[in-house]
Ligand binder design. Structure first.
Ligand code: PHE
Length: 463
């Protein structure tokens, strides 16, 4: 986004400038979508929920719910051209409904703050693992050693807290400076580089001798394993991984030039994000099975599996370092998207400078993050509802807040906004437009509702 645009033309302009090109927008949204969600979270949640059936539900959710909600978010964002809260209020009024739609924007801003608080902790692990990799900590290590290493690391709240602090500082720094130039450049290089490394790792997995088993684990659905909770987890993961339901994409949409195709852009981003998640699964599960690790072990999964592979391959130190550095980058570009809605709101409504706003919000998130830092050590025995503080933050945000906002975003775009407004944003009322509208009006809201009902046990079991 170059400098701030002057004045209001006949079309509304964003207060924070515009993306320099369609490519810049795709890169920024991809940077927000591709992150720990694909590489750290997807494999461990798929593992906890039994593999195949979960992956299938995930893919269905991405297509039937994720895609239309993402398009809705971008079009709402572009039409409103403000932070998500102001945009929802403005469009609510403009479309003859109520400015109270701002509450949906508010829930998104809150979800972003809560997510970043624990996201930054895991991103801190990634940074730490980049340092460990350079120092050759994993060279030649076996499964037991790697496990012990991880356990020792997360048991030190000081160390985990320090890494979380480092990561949050980096995020605040970039958000404070108005990121976009740097962000565009970082993503342009990071996503392809990450892909190349992942393909190399995939090659290693294929040679592990357990590739067939890994494939079977990921793609043979056993519907008996599909509980209400795992369906909810699959849907929550779709929202989390695509960065939708919290205003990040809406905030980015606000900076999108008029002529860019929202459908084409969404399709590109959704495809890239999904491919990277599947690729992560394909590289991790064969290694899990080959080394007798437990696919359901939880958030430590990638940190147990990949160092093992790196420890054994030639050039492993270099590969490992590159991988964890790139993953930290991917987390960084997502973290920026998580903070942007809240920061944009403080800038517009509290009349603070960008730097001040980033500082205020950033420190708040940093402090909240200690709930998750301590979940893996000092407070690991304090569990309620879904587990530790970390587990509850994650469940509340991904599985409840994001899909809940998603219902309202789809309803807003599908029912509250008039046909003319949405057709104008989506480039005419052709076949694809009608498909989108049907998905946004019926399929996505009803689908999300059914998943919620299933999770609280109000729908019968599938098998
Ligand atoms: N999609 C990001 C990831 O997969 C996380 C994220 C969620 C970012 C919501 C922004 C908003 O890592």
């Amino acid at each position: 986004m170059p400098g701030i645009q002057a004045g209001e033309g006949e079309k509304r302009r964003s207060l924070h400038g515009h993306w320099s090109s369609r490519m810049a927008f795709i890169l920024a949204v991809t940077g927000s979508a591709v992150g720990l969600g694909n590489i750290w979270k997807f494999p461990y949640v798929a593992g906890q929920n039994g593999g195949g059936a979960f992956v299938l539900v995930y893919l269905v959710c991405v297509l039937l719910i994720g895609m239309p909600v993402m398009m809705s978010e971008i079009l709402i964002g572009r039409r409103g051209r403000r932070n998500p809260i102001a945009t929802m209020a403005l469009l609510g009024e403009e479309e003859g409904s109520s400015p109270r739609w701002r509450l949906i924007g508010g829930m998104g801003v809150l979800a972003g703050i809560l997510i970043l608080s624990y996201y930054s902790v895991i991103a801190g692990w990634t940074l730490a693992y980049a340092f460990k990799s350079v120092s050759g900590s994993f060279a030649g290590a076996g499964p037991a050693e790697i496990s012990a290493h991880f356990a020792e690391f997360v048991s030190s709240w000081e160390l985990v807290g320090l890494c979380h602090t480092l990561f949050m500082s980096l995020t605040i720094l970039v958000v404070a400076r108005g990121v976009e130039r740097g962000l565009e450049r970082a993503v342009r290089f990071m996503v392809p580089a990450l892909l190349v490394l992942m393909l190399a790792l995939l090659g290693y997995s294929i040679n592990s001798g357990f590739f067939g088993e890994g494939l079977a684990f990921m793609f043979t659905p056993d519907f008996g394993k599909l509980t209400g909770d795992s369906v909810l987890a699959a849907m929550g993961q779709a929202f989390f991984s695509l960065s939708i339901g919290m205003g990040a994409i809406m905030a980015y949409g606000a900076y999108l030039p008029e002529e860019t195709s929202i459908m084409g852009t969404s399709a590109a981003v959704v495809t890239a994000d999904t491919l990277i998640a599947i690729l992560a699964g394909l590289m991790i599960f064969p290694l899990v099975l080959a080394n007798g690790l437990d696919p359901a072990e939880g958030p430590g999964l990638v940190f147990h599996t990949l160092p093992l592979a790196f420890g054994q391959m030639t050039g492993g130190v270099l590969f490992a370092t590159l991988f964890f550095v790139l993953l930290s980058f991917a987390a960084w570009t997502s973290a920026i998207g998580l903070m942007e809605p809240a920061v944009a709101w403080v800038v517009e409504h509290r009349h603070r400078s960008r730097a001040e706003a980033a500082m205020i919000i950033g420190v708040l998130i940093w402090a909240l993050g200690f709930g998750s830092v301590l979940s893996f050590n000092v407070l690991s025995d304090i569990t309620f509802i879904k587990g530790t503080i970390f587990d509850n933050f994650d469940h509340l945000t991904s599985n409840i807040m994001l899909p809940l906002s998603g219902v309202f975003i789809a309803i807003f775009a599908g029912w509250i906004m008039c046909r003319n407004s949405t057709a104008e944003e989506l480039g005419g009322a052709g076949r694809l437009y009608r498909l989108w509208r049907m998905l946004a009006r019926f399929v996505a809201p009803v689908g999300i509702l059914l998943v919620f009902l299933k999770a609280i046990g109000l729908l019968p079991e599938l098998s």
